[in-house]
Design a binder for this molecule. Structure first.
Ligand SMILES: Cc1ncc(COP(=O)(O)O)c(C=O)c1O
Length: 387
């Protein structure tokens, strides 16, 4: 099966991990700060906190922004559930903003309409999580302008987008958001096995995220409530978690980050071949927002079902049966049973629901060969064209 995504591990990655295994520190050593430095230099953000997943990063980001009971978090329905769940972890409620039918990202026009209504109702969100689906940056300028007008905070979920650019700024720079959150799961562009990070330019947010990552404990005398007793003295000044990344993961991350631009370039070369070779099929190919360079974590096509004699499920199943490991990103979050129990239902976000009826993620990963890609193109063409 040709997977839709997978890691690309070299001997240099293996050596980096084995060096850590032979060192003094398996956790809380020099590799985590080194990985954080590599993230800051790739993005230009001033502070970075590596954690054990993007889910943890989203949680500490929401906590740092003060999200809590009685507050509301909004995000896109077309994302992984973690982008919404982080609001619930904090005791806040969650709502969604429908997607833009061309980019599949949270639609700034729908956002503005919903904000106008929420202002009248007194139900404005405290936090909006903007997800760069597939690596395609959201219209961050528009979202940022609305955040200023309506007074909410912005988290960019850039789990799909490391190595991309938005208006000539690297993705993750926090130019148009308060915090950016990354995932380093093996299907993503850069991997640390499991892993994530939260980046910010704001010192106060950075201080809070550092605490929440590790039990709410500080060893910094300036942050203590009592006079330091020196030596191994530390204070717990807030309630945090153990969301730390290990040295093994961070060493892998440092090594992988040296190939970031190579990873993204290879994805663009594969995408160009898909654009060229799939142009005549009854499908919609991904849209690229002007002024952006996608990280291209995913390559999503949409079937023009009016011109295909098969259903979405039939096409999907035939591709899988023929060795093409396609996937669907994502089932709209509001239609998950857990969210439906909160009252969300079919019909709430029509663009997201329509996307789900015909979207398919084709294989796209750095180590994918042109032979593998040709096989995807051949099988897809046969499945779509044949009766
Ligand atoms: C957009 C998005 N946000 C958050 C996550 C959660 O990432 P992690 O598995 O690192 O917690 C994912 C993972 O698939 C994702 O795709």
């Amino acid at each position: 099966m040709i997977p839709y995504g997978r890691q690309d591990i070299t001997q240099a990655d293996v050596d980096a991990i084995s060096d850590v295994l032979n060192s003094d520190f398996l956790t809380q050593g020099p590799q985590v700060p080194a990985f954080e430095v590599s993230l800051m230099s790739a993005t230009g953000a001033k502070f970075a906190f590596a954690v054990n997943s993007a889910t943890s990063a989203l949680h500490i980001a929401c906590l740092a922004l003060g999200l809590g009971k009685g507050d509301v978090l909004w995000t896109s329905p077309i994302t992984f559930v973690a982008s919404a769940n982080c609001g619930l972890y904090c005791g806040a409620s969650v709502d969604f903003v429908d997607i833009d039918p061309a980019s599949y990202n949270l639609c700034p026009i729908a956002l503005e309409e919903k904000l106008k209504f929420a202002r009248l109702n007194g139900s404005l969100p405290k936090v909006v999580v903007a997800v760069h689906l597939c690596g395609q940056p959201c219209d961050m300028k528009a979202i940022h302008a609305l955040s200023v007008e309506y007074g909410f905070k912005v988290i960019e979920d850039v789990s799909h987008a490391i190595g991309g650019r938005y208006l000539n700024q690297p993705i993750g720079s926090c130019e148009y958001s308060d915090i950016t959150v990354f995932s380093f799961h093996p299907v993503k562009i850069v991997t640390t096995a499991e892993g994530g990070a939260a980046l910010t330019n704001d010192k106060a947010l950075a201080y809070k995220m550092a605490l929440y990552r590790s039990h709410g404990i500080t060893r910094d005398e300036a942050l203590m409530e009592n006079v330091s007793q020196g030596g191994s003295y530390y204070e717990q000044v807030d309630l945090g978690f153990n969301y730390r990344m290990t040295e093994l993961q961070a060493a892998l991350g440092v090594s992988q980050m040296t190939r970031l631009s190579e990873f993204v370039k290879a994805r663009h070369q594969l995408a160009e071949r898909y654009y060229e070779k799939l142009a005549d099929l009854p499908i919609t190919l991904p849209y690229q927002l002007p002024g952006t360079y996608s990280g291209l974590h995913l390559f999503v096509i949409r079937l023009n079902l009016g011109k295909i004699s098969k259903t979405h499920k039939e096409v999907f199943d035939e591709l899988r049966a023929n060795g093409i490991g396609v996937n669907v990103h994502y089932i709209p979050v509001h239609l998950q049973p857990y969210y439906q129990r909160m009252g969300f239902k079919n019909g709430d976000f029509p663009n997201a629901e329509s996307y789900y009826t015909n979207a398919i993620s084709l294989p796209m990963f750095h180590a994918m060969t042109y032979e593998q890609q040709n096989e995807v193109i051949r099988v897809l063409t046969n499945v779509i064209i044949s009766e």
